[in-house]
Every structure is written in C-alpha cells, then in structure tokens.
Design a protein around this ligand. Structure first.
Ligand code: PHE
Length: 470
C-alpha cells in the first residue's frame, strides 16, 4: 500500500478521466492514506447506532434471536453492500447523485439511476435531524456525570434525570443545536481536518471504557444472565417486525445508504483494496455493538430494569454503573465525551453528502452549503425533540414523530436503496468494471454471488415478512 498521496491522486485522476466526460474536476479531495479512509469510515460506522440503538432495540426485540438475525444481516447483506456503496463512490468520484449517474452512463443505462444517490443524500439529512437530538443528550450527560449527579443515585433518580432532560424541549433543543453547530463547523472546514486525529484517539478510548464497563458488569452478579439474554436465541420472543428492524439496523450501523459511505468512497484512491478495508470496518462496528450490549444488559438485570425500556436505555443503565463503581465520576465523564465524539464522527458523514453535492453541482461555497443544510436539519430536528415532550401523545400508528422517521428510514428507505444498489452493482455494472474496482479472485467471486442473489433475495424476503405475506 502506497502512502504517497500525490501518486494516489494522479492515479485516480487518470482513472476518473477515462470514466466519462462528465467526470469531475482534477484536484478533488483525497484521503491521504488508506488508514485515513479506514478511520473516517469507521468513525462514520461506529456511533450512537452501536452504543445507544443496538442495545435498546435488542432489548425491545427479546435478545438472542434478534442478535443472531442482526449478525446474519451484517454478514450476508451489510458487508457486501458496504463494498458496493464505497465502490460506486470511488468509481463515480462525485457526490452520490452524480456518481450514480456517471456509472449509469458508463453502463449504458438510464441516468435516472441517480435517484439512488439522491435518496442517500436525503436520508442522511433526515437521519441527522434525529441523530443530533440523541447526540445532544450524550453531551448533556458529560456535565451530569461531571457534576456528580450519578453518585449513589437510585435507578428511579437516574430515570428522573433522563426524564427531565428529554422532557424539556428547550434543553433538548439547545444541546442538539450545539451538536449540529460543531458538526457543521467541521464539515464547512473540510472533513479531513481533525477527523483522523479525533478517531485515532477516541475510538480506542471508547473501546477501553466499554471494556471497563464490561468488567464492572461482571461484578453485578448478573453477567451470565445478560450474556444469555444476548446470545441464547429464543425465536418465540421475536415480534412481527423484528426481522425488518434487524435488517434496518444493519444498514444504520454500517452507515449504509445514507450517502456518507458513497461520499467517503469518492475521496478514496484507486489502489486501496476495498475488500479488506470493508471487512475491517464491519468487524470493528459489530464488535463495539456486542461489547456495548455485554456492558449494559447485566446492569439492566442487576437493577431490575426493563430491557425493552426504549431509547433511554443507556442513559439510565450506564449512569447506575458510574454511580456505583470506583472512579465512576471520572469514567462517566470520559465515557460520555467519547460517546459524543463517536456520534460526531457519524454526524459529519451524514452532513457531508449534501454539502458535497451543493458545492460541486451548485457552486456553493462550503460555508453557504453547510449553513443552508444545517438550517433545514435544525428545523426538522424540532419534531424529534418534541416527540419526547409536547408531541409525546401525537402518534401515528402508535409511533411518535421520532419513531416514524427512524422506522421509515432504517426500516424501509435504506433497505430499498440497498436493494437498488445491489441490482445496480450486481446486474447492471459489468463484471469487468466491478473486478476493476474490487480486484480479481475468490473475494470478487464471493462478493458478486452475494450481491447478485443473496442480498436482493434476502431484502425482498424480509420485506415480505414485514408486510405479513411470509
Ligand atoms: N452508523 C452510524 C451509527 O451507528 C449512523 C449513520 C447512519 C451514519 C447512516 C451515517 C449514515 O451511529
């Protein structure tokens, strides 16, 4: 692997130039090394999805059987699609809609395929609107932890603390706005700046604290119970939509179909091997989620809490651990700082696609593009803030505004774009083109088989199951 970014850039400009005339400008940003890309992509993948969402949906869907479904979705659908998405970005070398369009033209099909890119950009926008609300809670908890609010507190007191944060529309809005402002500032300055360093320091730190928490969980006397809950499958505990939720979460957690991975792929030099890179990202992402679950469920059982408590699960269980363990105040502050960083590196990848499109196609400055998109996202985020307070009772089919956005994006829109990307890369792009990107050999053959048959059929079957046909 060459670290020479100049030759990398030259190689990719040459590759781009041969792709088609609509190919973009020279001098497009590039990751300086393979590691920079791995870090950015891992930063995008690892976030609230792993630590906040995975445990709470595992709790809501009965544990082990759901975890097994999730792992199956990651291995058979998520990882092949992650390769496909990054590959589209790298070969197209533009923002998602234009990358899709360029490849469609290359393959001799309708440029309308760019809709898939559009859906990615819009999904990123919508996801960020509720993501930043939860990230705001994580930031607020840095201060709760630092102020000693958890020390010796009972589960009721900690539940009350969470309730008063999310129940206060102003506080939630302010914390969320802070997250958005930081995200937008970094995106406006250019994603490469600082991202690499933030991920290098924060990611190992986060893993370390999660392991410390697992250590604490082992002292609660309920570790075996938590372990069994996560890993002993009982299929009777699955609910009607569990399979769809597992699939949707594989997308959410790997940052698939949100435009971010395609955009990051477009900054990736040609000679980096995609197969190994994507496997590394997928493994790390899964590992973090499983460790988070192992830290949380024993605490849930030791304190007589409800595994299916919903989005507040980590904000109620982990503070209990911090309140009881030695140096809990310090560990708690560090944990929420790192969680906030993990959320931030994901949020950046949710904003970048829209900004990259506006700057490339509309000629906006990054500042103008960043401000405009942030304003829209901020407005939409109010709906999610209000879902936990003044709009709590306004429900559609039993779901709040926040739940609806989450369900529509993760449950339907992202898997649908995944289906389209699988059809596009498996059936429309030529084998020569995908081989050119992914390399020859067994790896490519396995990928090609999965993306052609297993991914589309798997997604279709899960959809049929969700609408009750299967
Ligand atoms: N993968 C991120 C997480 O788990 C969320 C995300 C989804 C980021 C889609 C980008 C695109 O927190």
């Amino acid at each position: 692997m060459s670290n020479n970014s100049i030759s990398a850039a030259a190689a990719s400009v040459a590759a781009t130039a041969s792709l088609n005339q609509a190919a973009p400008e020279r001098g497009r940003t590039q990751w300086s090394t393979r590691l920079a890309f791995i870090l950015a992509a891992t930063g995008s993948a690892v976030g609230l999805g792993n630590i906040w969402k995975f445990p709470y949906i595992t709790g809501e869907n009965g544990g082990g059987a759901f975890v097994l479904l999730y792992l199956g979705c990651i291995a058979l659908i998520g990882i092949p699609l992650l390769m496909a998405e990054i590959m589209i970005g790298r070969r197209g070398k533009q923002s998602p809609p234009d990358a899709m369009k360029a490849l469609a033209i290359e393959a001799g099909v309708s440029p309308r395929w760019q809709i898939v890119g559009w859906v990615g950009v819009i999904t990123g926008f919508v996801l960020l609107s509720f993501y930043l609300v939860v990230a705001g809670w994580a930031v607020a908890y840095i201060f709760n932890a630092g102020g000693g609010a958890f020390a010796g507190a009972s589960s009721d007191e900690i539940g009350g603390l969470f309730g008063s944060l999310v129940g206060d529309p102003l506080a939630s809005t302010l914390w969320g706005s802070l997250v958005l402002a930081i995200t937008a500032t970094i995106v406006i300055k250019g994603v490469k700046l600082g991202l690499e360093r933030a991920v290098t320091i924060m990611m190992p730190g986060l893993l370390l604290i999660l392991l410390i928490l697992v250590g604490y969980s082992m002292t609660t006397g309920q570790f075996a119970h938590g372990f069994e809950f996560m890993f002993s499958p009982d299929f009777s505990k699955l609910t009607g939509t569990s399979v769809l939720v597992a699939l949707g979460h594989a997308f959410f957690s790997l940052s698939l179909a949100g435009g971010g991975m395609m955009t990051y792929g477009s900054y990736l030099p040609k000679q980096v091997s995609l197969g190994r890179t994507v496997l590394t990202i997928g493994l790390l992402d899964t590992l973090v989620a499983l460790i988070a679950g192992l830290a949380i469920f024993p605490i849930v059982f030791a304190n007589g809490l409800e595994p299916g408590a919903g989005p507040g699960l980590i904000f109620v269980t982990l503070p209990l651990a911090f309140g009881q363990m030695p140096f809990g105040q310090l560990v708690g502050v560090l944990f929420f700082i790192m969680l906030s960083f993990a959320a931030l590196t994901s949020a950046i990848s949710l904003l970048e696609p829209a900004v990259s499109w506006l700057t490339e196609k509309r000629g906006f400055s990054r500042l103008k593009a960043g401000l405009l998109t942030s304003a829209g996202i901020w407005l939409l985020s109010l709906g999610s803030v209000f879902s936990f307070n003044i709009w709590e009772e306004h429900k559609l089919y039993g779901k709040t505004f926040f739940d609806v956005l989450d369900y529509l994006t993760s449950g339907w829109i992202m898997p649908l774009s995944g289906l389209a990307m699988a059809v596009f890369t498996g059936w429309i792009m030529t084998k020569a083109a995908t081989r050119d990107e992914l390399g020859e050999g067994l790896g490519h053959r396995v990928w090609h088989f999965l993306i052609r048959y297993i991914v589309p059929v798997g997604i279709l079957l899960i959809f049929l199951n969700a609408i009750g046909v299967l």
